[in-house]
Ligand binder design. Structure first.
Ligand SMILES: [Zn+2]
Length: 135
């Protein structure tokens, strides 16, 4: 789906659950287009928190673009818990608030030394990259 359809889909998903935070993954599907994988909110207090099944997150890691969740009783700003989670999983967080009707995008800024670059510093080997990979 295109970015506007994605936005509408995320809003519709969030609005479908007025009292519990919804959550899921935004991924590149097999056709290379953006999709939302809706997941159960495994948190104990689903009004203020969300939790994703780690095995499912790991399974989809190779094509995950970001992690989505809604806020049902606060604005779109990330909580301290959101910031800690975003930092630890090193993925963009997309938050939509049912209160403010706005999105917030939280980007992790984990500083990691580019070890691959250091290894190649003598220029003997080349590098390549792939943007996505489907099994
Ligand atoms: Zn949150």
């Amino acid at each position: 789906m295109d970015i506007n359809s994605l936005r509408q889909d995320l809003i519709q998903y969030a609005e479908s659950s007025p009292t519990r935070e919804v959550c899921g993954l935004v991924v590149y599907g097999d056709n290379g287009k953006l999709e939302v994988i809706r997941m159960e909110n495994a948190a104990k207090d689903t009004e203020k928190f969300f939790a994703l099944d780690p095995a499912t997150v790991y399974f989809h890691d190779h094509h995950t673009v970001g992690i989505f969740h809604s806020h049902v009783s606060s604005d779109e700003k990330p909580s301290t818990f959101d910031e800690a989670s975003c930092y630890s999983c090193n993925r963009e967080f997309f938050i939509y608030s049912l209160v403010s009707k706005k999105f917030h995008v939280l980007k992790p800024s984990v500083d990691r030394e580019d070890v691959g670059k250091l290894l190649l510093a003598n220029g003997e080997f080349g590098t390549s990259s792939i943007s996505r990979f489907s099994l």
